[in-house]
Design a protein around this ligand. Structure first.
Ligand SMILES: [Fe+2]
Length: 436
């Protein structure tokens, strides 16, 4: 045996080190095998050199030879094949990609491929594959749940706080329109775009107005239990009212709503209250439908009243009152132009007549006033007093009812008031949204 020189380095004690390395290697292999995610060692051309047990479980095979040496894209039947090839070759800037893969049995899995590269391009790569099918499904469920919550909140917001922004939009758009008309200094193109904004704002305001009453919403189904308010369909719906009437009436009311934001809601409620009173009087069929239409259309003549009067937030002067009192005649003249709306035209003309002859425009008395107009007169006063308008705040419902009962035989037909009293429960349900 050669004797070692004193300055030679000591020979490592191989017999002591190898078992430690072997053990470490074994533990590392165990660790890799026990990892629930797939781990592959890939060479530069994308061939699989080593795989862990999770891979074999995923592949449903115990034969390593059927896997080793094959290309990754041969084993994983993924939809984004070229993206996976780029990730493995290092061409892709991304370090991971998500792919849908078809697996044995026809099922589809969502897989996340993560490439861990060495310092040199020639180094072997470690590719981890995570099955994220369940995570994705959970994410989708959560997303759907959050969207449903958002829709519910949005619907709630639309139902409860629509009046404020609506008023602001309407007023701003109208002010802008007035400013455009007055200010001729603005360049023509800018003026046109401002006019367009004003027009669009009014269009939005009109849309939102129609969505104020939940019963009038047009919705589309989002899921089994949640409907989304579809403002486009609501806006384009054939009629604001659940009555049959020509498109021209819708257009006229839309124009009126731009001048008086309360007009549409008032028209709808008058139609509905009139229908309830008519029903309580034993009126049904076509006559009842006509009375509902009369209630809805009675104020259409207000489209011809100037805004300065229509929107005045205070009591009208004697002169302004005179102008306002023209709306029955003007409305009647508009409705006369439509075939089949003769009764509606008469009601528009006489809905401000008093049973005792003290009303306007003709001072008709008792049975000379069409019965439809005597019904609409009660519905009109009930809704107008119980809700705030430009010129007055809302009167409590109980006081309005008292006023109507007190004025039976003077302002109102006592038989109509009797029917009104008998159907009060339904009218109250209508105003709380329990009846549509
Ligand atoms: Fe009126």
């Amino acid at each position: 045996m050669k004797k070692r020189a004193s300055n030679e380095p000591a020979t490592p004690v191989v017999a002591d080190v190898n078992p430690v390395l072997e053990l470490a290697k074994k533990q590392l292999e165990q660790m890799i095998d026990l990892n629930p995610d797939i781990i592959m060692l890939i060479d530069n051309s994308g061939r699989i050199m080593r795989v862990n047990k999770a891979f074999m479980i995923f592949a449903g095979s115990s034969d390593y030879k059927s896997v080793l040496g094959h290309n990754v894209t041969e084993i994983f039947n993924v939809r984004r094949k070229s993206a996976l090839e780029k990730l493995i070759s290092g061409e892709s800037k991304a370090h991971s990609i998500e792919c849908e893969a078809n697996i044995t049995g026809g099922a589809t899995k969502n897989l996340l491929f993560i490439a861990v590269t060495g310092e040199k391009k020639s180094d072997l790569k470690v590719v981890l594959v995570k099955d994220i099918t369940e995570e994705k499904a959970t994410g989708r469920r959560l997303e759907k749940k959050l969207k449903m919550q958002a829709v519910e909140e949005l619907t709630g917001a639309l139902m409860h706080s629509i009046n404020q922004p609506l008023t602001v939009i309407t007023v701003e758009a109208q002010l802008m329109g007035m400013a455009i008309q007055r200010d001729k200094i603005i360049p023509e193109e800018f003026q046109r775009s401002l006019a367009d904004i004003a027009e669009k704002s009014l269009e939005i305001a009109a849309t939102l107005q129609k969505a104020q009453s939940p019963v009038d919403y047009q919705t589309q189904q989002y899921s089994e239990t949640v409907n989304i308010v579809d403002l486009t369909r609501t806006y384009r719906s054939s009629s604001f009212f659940d009555i049959e009437c020509p498109e021209a009436i819708d257009i006229t009311y839309e124009a009126l709503a731009m001048h008086d934001a309360t007009a549409l809601r008032h028209a709808q409620m008058c139609g509905k209250v009139s229908a309830l009173i008519a029903e309580a009087m034993g009126i049904d069929g076509e006559k009842a439908a006509t009375i509902k239409r009369c209630g809805t259309l009675h104020d259409i003549g207000k489209i011809c009243i100037p805004d300065i009067i229509l929107q005045k937030p205070a009591a009208l002067s004697a002169e302004e009152k005179k102008t306002m009192m023209k709306h029955p005649d003007l409305g009647s003249r508009l409705l006369q132009k439509l075939t089949g709306f003769e009764i509606e035209a008469k009601v528009a003309l006489s809905h401000h007549e008093f049973f005792n002859g003290q009303g306007y425009p003709h001072g008709l008395r008792g049975a000379d006033i069409p019965i439809e107009a005597r019904i609409v007169a009660v519905a009109d006063v009930f809704d107008a007093m119980a809700n705030s308008r430009h010129y007055h705040t809302a009167t409590p419902q109980a006081e309005v009812i008292e006023y109507i009962i007190k004025n039976a035989d003077t302002q109102f037909d006592p038989l109509v008031v009797k029917a009104f009293k008998s159907t009060l429960d339904d009218i109250k349900r209508l105003y709380t949204g329990l009846l549509s």
